[in-house]
Design a protein around this ligand. Sequence first.
Ligand code: DGL
Length: 286
Amino acid sequence: MSADKIAPKISGNKNREKVTPASPIGVFDSGVGGLTVLRQIMQKLPHEDVIYLADTARIPYGGRSPQEIIKINNEIIPFLIEQGAKLIMMACGTSSAIAYPEVKDKYPIEMINLIDPGSRAAVEATRSGKIGIMATAGTINSGAFQQAIKGLDEKAQAEAIACPLFVPLIEGGFIEADETKRVAKEYLKPLLAAGIDTLILGCTHYPHLRKVLQKLAGKEVVLVDPAEEAVADTKKLLKFAGTLKSRGGQPRYEYFVTGPELHFQDLGSRLLGKPIVSVKQVKLPG
Ligand code: DGL
């Protein structure tokens, strides 16, 4: 769904009176994956304050049941609203695929998911119509990307593969390790054999492997990071709602985790390429 289509909804946003351009964007993921989305926010929305929640106590999300993913979302979203978020960015492919349809109208806040923007970007990028999707098992099994792609272009062919080993490797910091390259090569095999020319990085952890994946897939394959389009949508939406923060001093980035602080702080700083100065541990209700 384009931002133009979803934008009018915000005028009826019940949270609206409480939020201002100075309110932060709420971003969440199971771990360091959402930092690839945060990076896009830092580039495209450089004045916005952000509250980032990494649900590291429950990582990985990818193998969890749809019921668990929805329950988790129903704990995280109220937390971010409570912190004053003006918009929620689901910086998690699994939540976007499984929970977004269930929670999008349940809360008085606008939410951005990754499935629609990622599919749109892939359909625009492909020349052959053969689009690969790499994501968690939960996302692939939901069929969300496959359906969104078909909805945009009936003739497009989606080749999907679940990549359950990527998140543990990335969270372990094995970004360019030989093991990671070997695993990536195996996951890419069926997609390349199917002749894809475009590949959706359907889990927010995977853009951390962009260099490795691009090298193995070859430069003729376009890698699509759904966050790029999702953040562009966010900008349009905030502008329409009059809550875009387009100036001001240094933006404030606040980090919360449900697991240990130190690991997230160390790995996150390394992956983000900027120091994460402080991380607070929180207990979510439920
Ligand atoms: N980064 C998340 C996603 O985009 C979650 C991955 C996981 O925890 O398995 O799906």
